[in-house]
Write a protein that binds this ligand. Structure first.
Ligand SMILES: [Zn+2]
Length: 486
């Protein structure tokens, strides 16, 4: 029997206190008031980070946990859902101090995600299967590593048995489980999936773990799962299903409102979440449909499917336009400091100038209108971006979004490069901006080019086209566009 490491993360609950009894929980405190205060501070800081950068979903979910109780009645942290419709976040301040700020973010994200996971996957046969519990741990920690930009699980110090301490990972490492899965399948002469394919959706993980002859026995799971791992709160962890679904429903609805309003973080997180449950069956499809996911994706329900090029363009464009912290020279202050005999200092500033995006459409071939519309809306709703639109064939023609563009003969990428880099005048005018990103939508059939700043060019290659920019030296960001219901 194999065990997954890191079981201490999910140490069982001390069963003495009723976890729905707020007064009893509060009465059960850690000894050191400074530790209690530090734990609370770490919790507050993590929730703030969720709202501004890590996870809008978690931020809203915890905003709906009206009681956040530091208590020694749990060893780690748990979200409890009681029958009166309220959610409680219980956390042990000693545990939070032991795992530090980034560990607290990880654990709180994990707990929030458990509630969402539970809301999404309600089938009885899943609930009854211990492999599904393990799959949930793997899926949640896989997402947590990505969202929080970590490469390792949080760790905490534990006694090493020789009078010292060693650091032990907190939680189930998805990569370790994947290694066990690969070994198991190879022993059966079966072909295992790569880590990337293994983790593509929550249910892929479950389905693949089920192929194992010996699925690893999950350690005692999160406290909210109950010491027996049955997840029904029979071991003292109240987990009222109606409360869970009402809290998660309201959280997702809030997220959707924000996403539809154009909040990029909310939109991106919601779409990622929906994609992770894309194979979850009719019930989930209807749930996302009711919530307005189709509108968010800019697609109809009929043709709803993951169009990776959109996600890709979105991510690539965002990475090229990201607000950077830049060091700037404070002129006035600098002069004063110099006069006083000090070296001028550099200070940081957040916002940079407006970003310039050029979108160039190749009109020599067939240009899917859907692609053009989607790019128009993507660029249009990206804050702080000034867009310039060009159509091109053998020559370059600037236009305003909404205007009809007509194609002529021949195709020249070099004409676009020359125009964007300010060498080629069109109607007597040169392009005088410096483009932060240039999106080329084309079938790719024309002589290759090497712009001055290849890292700023993004090539979307339409159906049946030639994706040479990917193989060019240096290679440029390039993706094939697959459209609609073809
Ligand atoms: Zn867990």
């Amino acid at each position: 029997m194999t065990q997954v490491a890191g079981r201490s993360r999910h140490a069982p609950v001390r069963p003495v206190v009723d976890l729905a009894d707020r007064r009893a929980l509060l009465a059960c405190q850690v000894d050191d008031p400074e530790v209690a205060e530090e734990g609370r501070r770490l919790k507050e800081a993590a929730l703030l980070d969720f709202g501004v950068k890590d996870s809008v979903v978690s931020s809203w979910l915890f905003a709906k946990c009206h009681y956040q109780i530091p208590t020694a009645a749990v060893d780690t942290a748990a979200v409890v859902a009681t029958g009166d419709g309220s959610c409680l976040l219980l956390y042990n301040p000693e545990f939070f101090v032991a795992i530090g700020a980034s560990g607290v973010r990880f654990v709180l994200f994990h707990e929030a995600r458990h509630l969402i996971h539970r809301h999404l996957y309600v089938e009885e046969e899943l609930r009854a299967d211990p492999v599904f519990d393990l799959a949930a741990e793997v899926a949640i920690n896989h997402v947590a590593l990505i969202r929080l930009g970590r490469t390792e699980l949080p760790t905490r110090a534990v006694p090493d048995g020789e009078g010292g301490t060693r650091r032990e990972p907190v939680g189930v490492d998805p990569r370790e489980v994947h290694r066990m899965y690969q070994t198991d399948l190879r022993e059966q002469n079966l072909q295992p999936l790569s880590y990337e394919d293994f983790t593509v959706t929550d249910l892929t993980i479950y389905g693949e773990l089920k192929r194992m002859r010996n699925p690893p026995v999950p350690p005692v799971l999160c406290v909210h799962m109950g010491a027996g791992g049955d997840g029904d709160g029979q071991n003292g962890v109240p987990m009222d299903p109606e409360t869970v679904s009402s809290v998660v429903d309201r959280t997702l609805a809030e997220l959707m409102r924000r996403a539809l309003r154009g909040e990029e973080l909310a939109r991106e997180e919601l779409l990622t979440l929906a994609d992770r449950s894309a194979d979850g069956g009719k019930r989930l499809e209807r749930m996302w449909g009711r919530m307005g996911l189709g509108a968010l994706r800019g697609e109809t329900q009929r043709t709803r499917r993951v169009e990776w090029w959109r996600r890709w363009l979105h991510d690539v464009l965002a990475s090229k336009l990201r607000e950077g912290e830049r060091l700037i020279y404070p002129k006035k202050q600098g002069a004063v400091l110099l006069a006083l005999g000090h070296d001028p200092m550099l200070s940081r500033r957040g916002a940079e100038r407006t970003k310039v995006v050029v979108v160039a459409l190749d009109t020599s071939g067939s240009m899917p209108q859907e692609v053009v519309d989607w790019i128009t809306s993507l660029v249009g709703r990206t804050e702080g971006v000034e867009s310039h639109w060009l159509s091109f064939d053998g020559t370059v023609m600037p236009f305003a979004p909404g205007e009809r563009v007509h194609g002529g003969g021949g195709t020249s990428f070099q004409a676009v490069v020359d125009y964007v880099e300010g060498r080629l005048a069109v109607n007597g005018r040169r392009f005088e901006e410096s483009a932060d990103a240039v999106i080329m939508v084309t079938d790719g059939y024309a002589p290759a080019v090497t712009p001055e700043r290849p890292d700023r060019w993004i090539w979307l290659i339409t159906d049946g086209g030639d994706d040479w920019p990917e193989r060019h030296d240096p290679p440029m960001a390039c993706h094939r566009v697959v459209t609609g219901d073809s």
